[in-house]
Design a protein around this ligand. Structure first.
Ligand code: GDP
Ligand code: FE
Ligand code: FE
Ligand code: FE
Length: 187
């Protein structure tokens, strides 16, 4: 499957604005992949499908989490977090993608986790810094992304935690685990 074929599969599942975001994530991720010597084709496919389940019905996602081997604690956190793990499950079933490294990069793209591999970090970071994003502090993260992949991911996790805390929102433990784990490597 090449980029064009993958985009054609994902497009009907997304709104136009989300599809445009997806294409920018692909460009950003492939750029990082070249820079950090990651497999270009895997990066492309993971980026194209990373938000595949973004518009699935909340109740449907809840049913997948309950019936499949997915962490049940997700149900106690914001449903925004569900499209990663549910998306990984659905692109395996519905699209037939079986590559575990691609599926895991999609699975963890929102929360991050401790011990992310290079592809997981690239998708996590590309989703955060793609040129359409306007989070507070994103320019600093963009600068750091090409200097140090771990530092870029750490700053993205830190900003997300700070943002959620400023709104008194719960924070999924894996996001803290990503922050703590990356802190050791960037120190
Ligand atoms: P998108 O799907 O491209 O909009 O981006 P993401 O998949 O990264 O994120 C969805 C949103 O989930 C982010 O904007 C976060 O603010 C929000 N969110 C809610 N709870 C959490 C959490 O516990 N951890 C993280 N990392 N994000 C969270
Ligand atoms: Fe997402
Ligand atoms: Fe993200
Ligand atoms: Fe995204």
């Amino acid at each position: 499957m090449d980029r064009k074929q993958a985009l054609a599969i994902v497009q009907p599942h997304l709104k136009q604005s989300r599809f445009d975001h997806t294409k920018r994530v692909v460009e950003t991720a492939v750029d990082l992949a070249k820079f950090y010597n990651e497999d270009k084709q895997k990066t492309e496919i993971a980026a194209v499908f990373h938000d595949y389940a973004k518009y699935r019905d909340k109740d449907e996602m809840e049913r997948w989490i309950i019936s499949e081997y997915l962490p049940k604690d997700l149900l106690h956190y914001h449903h925004e977090l569900w499209h990663g793990p549910v998306g990984a499950l659905l692109i395996k079933r519905e699209v037939g993608i079986n590559d575990l490294s691609i599926l895991n990069a999609i699975r963890w793209h929102t929360t991050g986790k401790a011990g992310m591999n290079k592809l997981e970090k690239i998708i996590f970071l590309a989703d955060y810094i793609e040129p359409g994003r306007d989070f507070p502090g994103v320019d600093k993260v963009r600068e750091q992304a090409k200097a140090d992949l771990d530092l870029g991911c750490w700053l993205a996790a830190k900003n997300t935690i700070q943002f959620l805390m400023s709104k008194n929102q719960p924070i999924y433990p894996d996001t803290f685990h990503a922050y703590n784990d990356l802190l050791i490597t960037v120190k």
